[in-house]
Design a protein around this ligand. Structure first.
Ligand SMILES: [Zn+2]
Ligand SMILES: [Zn+2]
Length: 136
């Protein structure tokens, strides 16, 4: 699929993209800001926020709005699924093949032209599933 990314990759966006690509934690805008600020001490939270939104609109990064209250960002733009911990809110990628045929199923069952889908699983992560608790 072609992305309509004709926004310029400014040095700021380049740094944001690089920092986002380093982590698999699907950080919030605030967390991205903390990472970017180490390299660009003068950048403001508003600038980081605006650039994240713009880059998401252009398909350069993913914006996750499902589940938790805060938007999270992801440098992996291929179709993939997420799992969110109901305890601490962390979000991880699920490592199994995405199912593009779901779009076809949805198209067959509705009058919509289906553009895509998102799947978010919920569960309890390892750190929240405290082994001390299990022993009692
Ligand atoms: Zn957790
Ligand atoms: Zn992801």
């Amino acid at each position: 699929m072609q992305t309509q990314s004709d926004i310029r990759l400014t040095p700021q966006r380049q740094v944001i993209l690089e920092e986002l690509a380093k982590v698999k934690t699907h950080p919030t805008a605030n967390e991205v800001y903390d990472m970017v600020r180490k390299r660009l001490p003068r950048i403001g939270l508003g600038t980081v926020y605006r650039n994240l939104e713009l880059m998401a609109d252009n398909g350069m990064i993913l914006k996750l709005e499902v589940g938790g209250s805060q938007k999270r960002f992801d440098a992996t733009t291929d179709l993939h699924y997420h799992i969110r911990c109901t305890g601490c809110g962390r979000v991880d990628d699920i490592q199994f093949s995405a199912m593009p045929q779901l779009d076809q199923l949805a198209a067959n069952s509705s009058d919509y032209q289906v553009l895509g889908h998102h799947i978010e699983f919920s569960g309890i992560c390892e750190s929240c599933d405290d082994p001390q608790e299990a022993k009692k």
